[in-house]
Each structure stands twice: as structure tokens, then as C-alpha cells.
Design a binder for this molecule. Structure first.
Ligand SMILES: NC(=O)c1ccc[n+]([C@@H]2O[C@H](COP(=O)([O-])OP(=O)(O)OC[C@H]3O[C@@H](n4cnc5c(N)ncnc54)[C@H](OP(=O)(O)O)[C@@H]3O)[C@@H](O)[C@H]2O)c1
Length: 228
């Protein structure tokens, strides 16, 4: 299988990369940190293609995407993990806009490039990692929660669009996960990374349309949905 993981230098994306290369799949990976990308290619040179790229730089990302297609010809699975989220109680506009550039603009470009590629191929599996935070407006990180709400809605739209085609769109919606992304004091129900990655791999394998991880966060998700 040809796999492309966007946002694979740490956290969920990095663990997914380890899983798919161990399975013998050919995996392309993107992230901004070149040293991390280089070391992944060094570790698994036979089945990793790595390009350092920032998804919010649309032109540069499109060049990277084109290079991956040229190399792989077709892709079976594209997983979009890339995202940022800073605590911003001061409402520093620059920080808010930079979240919008990555989680909304750059993310939309990734998702649309992936979907359009799959439309051309007439098959493919697109996976987006959103967040339970998308249902919970967060005063200390307004742009993060708003951007995740956008991703949830956008993913649903693509799921409707893909009906009757051989394109699958999966939304993975975790609660808090123990990665560098989980920031702040008094975090609760922070899930171990390996648990979230195992559940994600299973949901991808089953081509599920949505998975909220885990049961406790499913309950929170249910309550938030009916409160808003
Ligand atoms: N951790 C949580 O509590 C939690 C909960 C719900 C949802 N999520 C979502 O899960 C996804 C993965 O996050 P994570 O928890 O695994 O945290 P993470 O370790 O920070 O992973 C984020 C990944 O995205 C990449 N990335 C960030 N900005 C990028 C950009 N502009 N261009 C290209 N790559 C970029 C990062 O690599 P570089 O820094 O090298 O670019 C990294 O590989 C995110 O979408 C996040 O919103 C996380």
C-alpha cells in the first residue's frame, strides 16, 4: 500500500508512520522539522520518502505533494495529522492567525489535494485527525477549537460528497492525547499515545467514517453536541 502521512515528525502521525513501514508499506512523510524527516528516512530508507514542508506555505506544499505523486504514481491512503494549537489567553492576533493558516488554510489545501487526487484515481482513503475540542469553544485557545470545528464540518461535507464513490473519508476525533500538543495546567483524561494510535489504525483498517476516542470522550462529545 502507498501511504502519505502529513504531519509525521511527532505524536500520532509519527507512530502511524512506524506502524505502516513495519507492515512493509511505502510511506511518504511531511513535517516542518527537517532533522526529524531526515532521521526517519535514515531509519527506514527502503520504504520512507521524506520531505520537509510547511502546509501553510501552499506553493511549497503543493510542490512537495507533486513530488510524492511523481514518486508513488498512486496513493491508497492519505492521513492528515498536521496541526498546531497554542494556548493564547492574551488573544495575540498573530498566534490566532497562524493557527488559522495551518489548521484551516493549509489543512484545506491538503484535504482538497488528497480528495482531488482520489477523484482522479477513482479510489482512495482520506483520514483527518480532528479533535473533540472542535465541539467545545475554548476561551484559552479560541482559534484551535474553532479550527477543529471547521475541520469536523469540512470532513462531513467530503463524506457526503464521496457517497457512491470508491473514496472513503474517515474522521478520527480524539480527546486529549499525551503528545507535545496537549498543553496547559489541569488537563484531565489525557490518553496514552499508543492507545489512540491503536484505535486509529483499527478504524482506518475498517474504513470507518468516524471514531471518537475514547469512550469517556464519546460521552463528553455527546453531551457537548446536545448542549450547543
Ligand atoms: N494531543 C492532543 O491532545 C490532541 C487531541 C485531539 C486532536 N489532536 C490532533 O492530532 C493531530 C496530531 O497532533 P499530535 O497530538 O500528534 O501532536 P504533535 O506531536 O504536535 O504532532 C503534530 C504534527 O503536525 C506537524 N505539523 C504542525 N504544523 C505543521 C505545518 N505547518 N506543516 C507541516 N506539518 C506540521 C508537526 O511536525 P513539525 O513540527 O515538524 O511541522 C507534527 O508532526 C493534530 O491535528 C491535533 O490537533 C491532538
Amino acid at each position: 500500500m502507498n501511504v502519505f502521512i502529513i504531519g509525521a515528525t511527532s505524536g500520532i502521525g509519527h507512530e502511524l508512520w512506524k506502524h505502516y513501514v513495519a507492515k512493509g508499506d511505502k510511506v511518504a512523510v511531511i513535517g516542518r522539522r527537517k532533522t526529524e524527516i531526515d532521521s526517519m528516512v535514515l531509519d527506514e530508507p527502503d520504504n520512507t520518502v521524506g520531505i520537509a514542508s510547511d502546509i501553510s506555505n501552499i506553493e511549497a506544499f503543493n510542490d512537495a505533494f507533486d513530488k510524492v505523486i511523481k514518486d508513488f504514481t498512486t496513493l491508497d491512503l492519505i492521513i492528515i495529522c498536521a496541526g498546531i494549537g497554542d494556548l493564547n489567553p492574551e488573544l495575540d492576533v498573530r498566534a490566532e492567525l497562524s493557527t488559522v493558516r495551518v489548521n484551516v488554510e493549509g489543512w484545506t489545501n491538503c484535504v482538497d489535494r488528497a480528495y482531488n487526487l482520489f477523484s482522479g484515481q477513482q479510489y482512495g482513503h482520506l483520514v483527518a485527525i480532528t479533535s473533540v475540542g472542535g465541539l467545545q469553544p475554548t476561551p484559552v485557545a479560541p482559534s484551535y477549537s474553532a479550527s477543529k470545528a471547521y475541520q469536523i464540518n469540512y470532513t462531513k461535507a467530503l463524506q457526503r460528497k464521496s457517497k457512491g464513490t470508491a473514496i472513503t473519508v474517515t474522521e478520527i476525533r480524539p480527546g486529549l492525547v499525551d503528545t507535545r500538543m496537549a498543553k496547559g495546567e489541569g488537563l484531565f483524561w489525557v490518553m496514552p499515545l499508543d492507545k489512540v494510535v491503536r484505535a486509529t489504525i483499527k478504524a482506518i483498517g475498517r474504513k470507518r467514517s468516524r471514531l471518537i476516542i475514547d469512550g469517556r470522550w464519546r460521552l463528553i462529545n455527546f453531551l457537548l453536541k446536545h448542549m450547543m
